[in-house]
Design a protein around this ligand. Structure first.
Ligand code: G3P
Length: 224
């Protein structure tokens, strides 16, 4: 499963990339607005940090013509950009055009299997299914992931299911169980994936035992 970080902060991408496990970045207009930096400079900086990953950058136009114009501009910034397009009739029409041109699309704001079907048929590379926003209103976000993964498998669509709007590590664990292709998460959640109290206790014990026994890896200078 691919791991993406969902952020508008270039420094978070740099840190996550330094771990060597980052496959991509997703941004959205709200995250970019919060970053305090320009759209193009933020996205191109992320593309340079992660040249073999995919960086999703979203259009803000709402008509087919506006979406296509913005998508062409954004896609021209770097070869590893995936254009994020909203799940609307205009977005679907634009996605059909863009995928035929070879421009990769991440269809966003998908909340149901029927919307996901349209995205897959339009040729979206990624289908971003939001889970946290559904859980926030007492829905079952992960249930939709299960249905969309099953749909993609059953009909052999090429689209990958991207679990978006992740709130905590259990959303990531459930994404693994359901066979989702990608999980995108806030930097804080990605950091949480590292931690387990038994790892900390276990490491402390190993190091204590080692120190108490006076062992070393590198022989002290002069030792035979
Ligand atoms: O970028 C799309 C999605 O991940 C947004 O998440 O936390 O605003 O629901 P959130």
């Amino acid at each position: 499963m691919k791991l993406f970080v969902d952020t508008g902060q270039v420094e978070e991408v740099r840190t996550a990339a330094s771990w060597g496990i980052l496959d991509g970045v997703t941004t959205n207009p709200s995250l970019i607005a919060k970053s305090g930096r320009g759209f193009k400079e933020t996205v191109t900086a992320m593309c340079e940090i992660l040249p073999h990953g995919s960086i999703s950058a979203e259009v803000v136009g709402t008509t087919v013509d506006e979406i296509l114009r913005e998508a062409h501009e954004i896609a021209s910034w770097a070869p590893n950009i995936v254009v994020k397009v909203p799940m609307t009739p205009a977005g679907i029409t634009a996605t059909r055009h863009l995928s035929r041109e070879g421009i990769r699309v991440n269809m966003t704001l998908v909340f149901s299997p029927s919307q996901a079907l349209l995205a897959a048929k339009a040729g979206a590379t990624y289908i971003s299914v939001f889970v946290g926003r559904v859980d926030d209103i007492s829905g079952e976000g992960m249930r939709t992931i299960e249905e969309v993964v099953q749909m993609v498998d059953t009909y052999d669509f090429e689209s990958e299911v991207l679990v978006a709007s992740i709130r905590h590590p259990m959303h990531v664990v459930e994404s693994i169980r359901l066979g989702a292709h990608i999980a995108t998460m806030p930097f804080k959640v990605m950091e949480q994936l590292f931690h387990h109290p038994l790892t900390d206790i276990g490491l402390e014990r190993f190091l204590d035992d080692w120190r108490r026994a006076g062992l070393h890896i590198f022989e002290p200078a002069g030792a035979r």
